[in-house]
Write a protein that binds this ligand. Structure first.
Ligand SMILES: Nc1nc2c(ncn2[C@@H]2O[C@H](COP(=O)(O)OP(=O)(O)O)[C@@H](O)[C@H]2O)c(=O)[nH]1
Ligand SMILES: [Mg+2]
Length: 318
């Protein structure tokens, strides 16, 4: 157990630290919302609604949480403001577990899919390449052979950045340089992974095309070409969202999931933002699992998302 409990303590610390700004913001506002009140009444609930909305939880999820609190107050008759935090925590945790998605326990992929093909999508700057670097590191730690495909061919810097990550982590990368056809790079990468008997192949993609239709066509082409090598590839389409953009992240999630099949989400940059509440909204609203969260820029700063741990950390005292 030794090593595992040590690792999970590290993980918890990184999460607590990453959520500091969100917590500070949230609890300062809650304290104001209940100032001078001893019971959670209609006024307090109104204030709380405002707190949740301005903490980027999102309208739908905020309304659900307020409704749960109202029901609870109706049932318990009296709820003191001192109990508000713990009740809020319980209700948010229960709400999130009602979403029928599964939390991932760790960084593993199905053993019967080899190579397991992950296509990473999302708009420019959200943290796709960084997340790919961090994922490769975690998979490699687990003894997996990982191969990367540099299919974001829009900017030279994008290709270089993936190559730098591949060197840092020590995994091979397939690249045809800038301006190459992304679908051709993806085809090469998946073929090469098959030839090398790799366990996992991760394809980086561009997030900026002249318009949405172009972007979605491009992603469609990349997917199609990969399925020529492995019929059920890509096995995972991972949409990366920047949590620090708050409501924008929810908007991007709506747009991408409407336009292409997304099977998993990663939320980055939780550290350094007060908008971490958006994770609650996204985890509640979309029937796609939040699989990973980014809590820093370093190789180790990616965690499998766990709803209970997340809510615990959000409500933990310093
Ligand atoms: N603080 C922080 N920065 C991050 C995180 N993930 C990515 N970044 C930074 O976000 C910026 C854009 O990331 P990048 O991977 O290039 O985004 P891409 O355009 O989607 O590939 C880089 O400066 C990253 O270091 C994170 O979890 N925390
Ligand atoms: Mg990139």
């Amino acid at each position: 157990m030794g090593i595992f409990s040590f690792l999970s303590k590290d993980k918890k610390e990184a999460l607590d630290k990453g959520l500091n700004k969100t917590k500070e913001n949230f609890f300062t506002k809650i304290a104001k919302a209940v100032a001078g009140k001893s019971t959670v009444d209609a006024d307090v609930l109104d204030n709380l609604e405002e707190v949740l909305l301005t903490s980027d939880v999102g309208v739908n999820t905020t309304l659900k949480i307020i409704k749960r609190l109202e029901d609870r107050i109706a049932k318990d008759k009296y709820v003191g403001t001192q109990q508000l935090n713990s009740i809020l925590k319980e209700e948010i945790a229960t709400l999130l577990t009602e979403n029928n998605t599964q939390d991932v326990a760790d960084f593993s992929t199905p053993a019967d899919k080899k190579p397991y093909v992950i296509m990473v999508v999302g708009v420019n700057g959200v943290g796709k390449t960084t997340t790919i670097g961090k994922l490769s590191y975690q998979f490699k730690q687990k003894g997996k052979n990982v191969l990367l495909g540099a299919a974001d061919t829009f900017r030279a810097a994008a290709v270089d950045q993936l190559i730098i990550w591949s060197e840092r982590v020590g995994v091979p990368v397939v690249s045809q340089g800038m301006n190459a056809d992304p679908a051709s790079v993806a085809f090469d990468a998946v073929s090469s992974a098959v030839a090398k008997n790799s366990d996992i192949v991760i394809i980086d993609t561009a997030g900026r095309l002249h318009n949405k239709v172009n972007l979605m066509n491009e992603l469609g082409k990349i997917k199609k070409v990969m399925s020529k090598v492995i019929p059920d590839a890509p096995h995972e389409v991972l949409l990366v969202l920047d949590a620090s953009t708050g409501q924008n992240a929810i908007e991007q999630c709506k747009q991408f999931t409407a336009a292409t099949e997304v099977t998993a989400l990663a939320l980055t940059k939780l550290d350094g933002t007060a908008k971490g509440g958006v994770v609650i909204g996204i985890s509640d609203q979309f029937k796609i699992p939040v699989k990973y969260i980014g809590v820093g820029e370093k190789m180790e700063d990616l965690q499998p998302f766990n709803r209970t741990e997340f809510v615990d950390s959000l409500f933990s005292e310093e």
